[in-house]
Design a protein around this ligand. Structure first.
Ligand code: AHG
Ligand code: MN
Ligand code: MN
Length: 315
């Protein structure tokens, strides 16, 4: 096997000048936790780590053993100086840690239905300015309070996409030395080629959603994995749009604002793309509860704009 070149910058070198030191430590801890989750996924079939715990989480979703494992790994990694609270998809309530400017929201394992068969990932958002008492109707937060966001896709290669406002980079994981190195500097949301949506839900969509999905997808080729992170990575690498609109089974949308939609919204805007709920940029939507859901249409700016125009047109 050839030795990989070490000319690619390490994660710490890339982010040091872009975020406060405590945020850099959070992002490095997320990457390191990701390496641990990746190792667990790699040997899961041999370690009795596939399958369900037999319980459901606060969202009434069946919890996989690896959902639990990834949640524990992320919790351990992110208890850091400056972090006031941790919000996880798998937890009923926010975990309050004490004083500090930052709130970390995370999806420990995204795409759980693909565990053992296809790529899954992890998502992180680092918010600042969340009031001491947490989120409420009186004290909403928005994605504009994100200092940074990132997601990992545990594929081959394992890739982490990391954004701060105005800049997105892609890092590749090197298992030889457990490093994350800059492999895709300054990612841009390219011209759309692919459209990613669960088309089997077409009969659940309103007329506005149906015409908007068709408008956004016109001329594009379909790809849908069931892991948002994988589909969003394709949007960044190959060009496209990812859509999970509201439907009759999920009237508010399925994806969650704090640890799915907002982190992807920051990444898309920083890459020159866009992310909307149909009417508003997802980063402008007030979030008042930790597991609040929303619709998400994210990717190349022209495709997202076609969705928005069709969605907001009079019936
Ligand atoms: P999670 O596994 O964290 O609950 O998220 C799954 C999400 C997302 O990754 C994916 O795009 C979507 O759910 C798939 O849902 P459908 O099976 O309804 O298409
Ligand atoms: Mn998810
Ligand atoms: Mn999840």
């Amino acid at each position: 096997m050839t030795t990989p070149p070490t000319t690619h910058l390490e994660l710490a070198e890339v982010i040091a000048a872009r975020v406060p030191a405590q945020v850099a430590a959070i992002l490095e801890a997320f990457a390191s936790a990701g390496a641990t989750v990746r190792d667990a996924l790699a040997t899961a079939p041999l370690m009795s780590l596939l399958g369900s715990t037999g319980t459901t989480n606060v969202q009434q979703e069946s919890t996989a053993k690896l959902d639990d494992l990834a949640n524990d790994v992320m919790h351990q990694a992110l208890r850091l100086p400056g972090v006031a609270r941790l919000i996880s998809e798998e937890d009923t309530v926010a975990v309050e840690l004490g004083d500090g400017p930052y709130t970390c929201a995370f999806d420990p394992l995204d795409g759980s239905s693909n565990i053992g068969v296809a790529a899954v990932g992890s998502v992180l958002g680092v918010f600042e300015g969340v009031p001491a008492g947490g989120l409420s109707e009186a004290t909403p937060v928005t994605g504009r309070q994100l200092l940074a966001s990132a997601f990992i896709v545990y594929g081959v290669p394992t890739i982490m996409v990391l954004a701060t406002p105005g800049r997105v980079d892609g890092f590749a994981y090197d298992p030889a030395d457990r490093s994350w190195r800059l492999a895709f500097p300054a990612l841009r949301a390219a011209q759309a080629q692919y459209t990613s949506i669960n088309w089997t839900y077409r009969d659940r969509w309103s007329p506005a959603v149906t015409r908007s999905v068709d408008a956004a997808s016109a001329g594009l080729r379909g790809r849908y994995s069931g892991s948002m992170v994988e589909d969003v990575l394709r949007v960044l690498m190959s060009g496209g749009v990812f859509l999970y609109p509201e439907d009759s089974a999920s009237p508010a949308g399925k994806l969650r604002m704090l640890y799915e939609i907002c982190p992807i919204g920051l990444i898309m805007e920083a890459a020159g793309g866009a992310a909307t709920d149909g009417a508003r940029a997802v980063l402008d939507v007030p979030v008042t509860t930790i597991h609040q859901r929303g619709p998400l249409v994210a990717g190349a700016a022209d495709a997202v704009e076609r969705y928005r125009v069709a969605y907001t047109a009079p019936d």
